[in-house]
Design a protein around this ligand. Structure first.
Ligand code: F6R
Length: 271
């Protein structure tokens, strides 16, 4: 596991966007072999999406041969609702880049049969050749996607009932009205994320500091589902200084020293 510590959340956005660009360029995708990305919604990745849009508009990066799979979607929310994850993704990324709409995969929270929808999503990931790079954020309680505390660490895409904390946290997007937040979501499982060839998790802000501490310094625990990534052979956490507040000084020093030594060799195209 790697931990990349940047000064600010803007630095996290730029670094992660450069990382995605480096991975896509290295893979040299074409019509026979697409690059497959797993993507999150939320406040944390917005800055990264902005940077990716800039790179695409500047002609430095193309999404022509990229397929995407989003982590999750609310159940029962119209896909055109401004807070649906469909709307979020089109507004923040897809409508600004050269991706073909057929290559965008977002779970349908209004599907007649939600179980079939989830199973079909897993099947599509396999048909696409698996996910090359799964990008995620985490909640202050250490959840990844909608895998809330107590979720199975071998879970696959499924229907989840949201816990009270998540509903309260997400009510900020629904005018503060908890009653308007959907109570269920479709989400990839922890195992779906672990199955990706590489995982990159973005963490910013002091309110995520405890979750980062559990992710890096504590053992694997289903009450902090992000800790499952300790079992992944290629996981990188990218955080800002604020998010390191609960880490030991020696942990921070270790990863900072490591970055200086290895950054260029591990990610050769990264600026
Ligand atoms: C997003 C997702 C969530 C968020 C997490 C952090 O698709 O599944 O796990 O990544 O809740 O959200 P933000 O970035 O808004 O703090």
């Amino acid at each position: 596991m790697r931990l990349v510590i940047k000064d600010t959340s803007d630095d996290v956005s730029l670094w992660s966007a450069l990382y995605v660009k480096a991975r896509i360029l290295e893979a040299k995708p074409d019509h026979r072999k697409y690059f497959v990305l797993g993507l999150p919604t939320g406040g944390t990745p917005k800055g990264m999406y902005l940077e990716l849009v800039k790179m695409c508009k500047a002609g430095e990066l193309s999404f022509k041969y990229v397929k995407t799979f989003n982590m999750d979607e609310y159940v029962g929310l119209d896909r055109d609702h401004p807070e649906s994850y469909h709307s979020f993704m089109w507004e923040n990324l897809f409508k600004h880049i050269d991706i073909h709409p057929d290559n965008v995969n977002i779970l349908d929270g209004n599907a007649e049969n939600l179980v079939e929808e989830c199973n079909g999503f897993e099947k599509k990931i396999v048909e696409a050749g698996g996910i090359d790079l799964f990008i995620g954020g985490i909640g202050p309680d250490g959840h990844i996607a909608f895998n809330e505390p107590g979720s199975s660490l071998v879970s696959k895409t499924r229907v989840k009932t949201l816990n009270k904390e998540t509903i309260v946290a997400n009510s900020r997007f629904f005018g503060g009205r908890e009653c308007d937040v959907p109570t269920q979501a479709l989400t990839v499982g922890v195992q779906t994320i672990l199955d990706a060839r590489e995982v990159m998790i973005l963490i910013t802000g002091s309110h995520k500091a405890l979750a980062l501490h559990y992710a890096i310094e504590e053992g694997i625990n289903h009450m902090w589902t992000v800790t499952a990534l300790q079992q992944h052979p290629k996981a990188v956490f990218v955080c800002d200084e604020d998010a390191t507040l609960e880490l030991k000084v020696k942990t921070v020093k270790y990863f900072k020293d490591l970055m200086t030594l290895h950054d260029k060799s591990i990610t050769p195209n990264l600026g």
